[in-house]
Write a protein that binds this ligand. Structure first.
Ligand code: GDP
Ligand code: MG
Length: 163
């Protein structure tokens, strides 16, 4: 791909989505993936990773000054695999955030992933990039560019992505 997070507002836009250790442990990986597929998004990359301290710290570096940072890194590095994914399609960054729901599950609407599956902000099961800038950083942090399959098209792609 020309740029790792694609072009914002087009069908090449890409987001980094990650099922956190509690999501994997609770065996809701399939349900979560289904929601992105059903919406029409295209799976570009996916792998399990047991994150190192270094990787978890870098992923959340913008929160390094927050009081919960240490606990957050500990949660992500508890030894359970995360499911690291890249999804592609029109508005996937903003739509991904809506599918995921609010950070605090108390604010997450039923029907969203967090709104359906969790109650604690510190165990909110999933991550999704919040901007094109974050998506660029996060896709690059978790994947090599050669791991991204951006050239194929799902069968209903042109219908779903039509203007
Ligand atoms: P997100 O983009 O919706 O995931 O939220 P943020 O980027 O603000 O925070 C990243 C992650 O840090 C969240 O998903 C939570 O897992 C965790 N987090 C955020 N705020 C809090 C908090 O107040 N307490 C705790 N324990 N964790 C938090
Ligand atoms: Mg965030």
């Amino acid at each position: 791909p020309k740029t790792i997070a694609g072009e914002l507002g087009t069908s090449t836009e890409r987001s980094y989505v990650m099922i956190k250790p509690d999501g994997t442990s609770r065996q809701i990986v399939g349900d979560i993936i289904s929601r992105f597929e059903r919406r029409g998004y295209m799976l570009v990359a996916m792998k399990t990773v047991v994150p190192s301290q270094e990787l978890a710290k870098e992923h959340y570096i913008d929160l390094a000054k927050k009081p919960f940072y240490g606990g957050l890194v500990k949660y992500i590095t508890n030894g359970t695999p995360v499911v690291a994914m890249v999804w592609q399609g029109k508005d996937v960054i903003r739509q991904g955030r809506r599918l995921v729901g609010a950070t605090n599950p108390l604010e997450a609407n039923p029907g969203s992933i967090r709104g359906d599956f969790c109650v604690s902000v510190g165990r909110n099961i999933i991550h999704a990039s919040d901007s094109h800038e974050s998506a660029t950083k996060e896709i690059g942090l978790w994947f090599h560019e050669k791991e991204l399959a951006t050239e194929y098209r799902p069968i209903a792609w042109d219908m779903i992505m039509a203007d």
